[in-house]
Ligand binder design. Structure first.
Ligand SMILES: *[C@@H]1O[C@H](CO)[C@@H](O)[C@H](O)[C@H]1NC(C)=O
Length: 257
């Protein structure tokens, strides 16, 4: 075979191979972008943010394709930083807002789960919200009273207490979990709240946002002045009466309406 022809043929082969290789790269990159890379991350972050904005309501489970992303976020330093920032804003508000009445009626409200105590260890073992919530199993875990504190909220709790403001805890936990809840709270450093309000038998048929608004109404009727609420669910602020300010902590594991 003459040299010239061999060269042409080899060049042709080389071009073909390079062409295939480039095509391969493109397919790979595209897969990466659509399934594993930037765009899935973008999709899941935007799902998460829209949960926080209360645009996405009443989701039953975290979308399958975002379980890994939500798991990473809820166990990340970013989640901790987001909590810390919300708590700092509450603290800032507290230091400048309030001409406190000083009559023993100044009040503040906290949620319990994922506000004072973290359920992340439970959801870590249950697919980070990617499977339908099993109340029996969650309540079993709550009964063990092993939930860790959210350390930044604990600091705010103590700061509020030291200002002579009464603290009310309004939780969607059921009344039968009272002992375990008190045990758990005390064990991780919370003490000195005025009242822990839990869902009684009559409240179990109400939607949580109604139950919580009624609990606040009762507090206001008793003459309490509610300066602020810290909670991880929108149902902790919804309805009337509310408070002068509300502070939402992030939570994309579950939605309570
Ligand atoms: C829910 O959890 C309980 C206690 O762990 C378990 O016995 C039950 O089978 C679970 N139910 C479902 C539907 O998975």
């Amino acid at each position: 075979m003459p040299m010239g022809r061999t060269l042409v043929l080899s060049l042709a082969f080389m071009t073909l191979w390079i062409g295939l290789a480039v095509a391969d790269w493109n397919i790979l990159n595209q897969r990466k972008r659509n399934v594993f890379g930037a765009s899935l991350k973008n999709y899941c972050e935007s799902w998460r943010i829209n949960v926080e904005l209360n645009n996405i309501k009443e989701f039953d489970v975290v979308p399958q394709e975002c379980i890994e992303y939500i798991g990473k976020y809820m166990t990340s330093t970013q989640y901790k930083a987001d909590i810390e920032r919300a708590i700092e804003e509450s603290s800032l508000y507290l230091s400048s807002c309030c001409s406190l009445n000083g009559n023993g009626k100044d009040s503040w409200i906290f949620d319990v789960d994922d506000t004072l105590l973290s359920t992340v260890p439970y959801f870590k073992r249950h697919n980070f919200g990617g499977e339908k919530l099993n109340i029996t199993s969650l309540e079993g875990w709550m009964r063990e009273a092993k939930a860790p504190a959210l350390e930044h909220t604990l600091r705010l709790f103590d700061e509020i207490k030291s200002r002579g403001i009464k603290i009310f805890l309004i939780s969607s936990r059921r009344e039968c979990l009272r002992d375990a809840t008190v045990d758990n709270l005390i064990k991780v450093g919370y003490h000195g709240w005025t009242s822990l309000i839990l869902r009684g038998l009559n409240d179990e048929y109400k939607q949580v946002h109604n139950y919580k608004a009624e609990a606040r109404k009762q507090l206001v009727n008793e003459g309490n002045d509610i300066w602020g609420i810290v909670g991880d669910q929108w149902s902790s602020f919804d309805g009337s009466p509310s408070a002068r300010r509300t502070f939402k902590l992030p939570n994309s594991l579950y939605y309570v309406s």
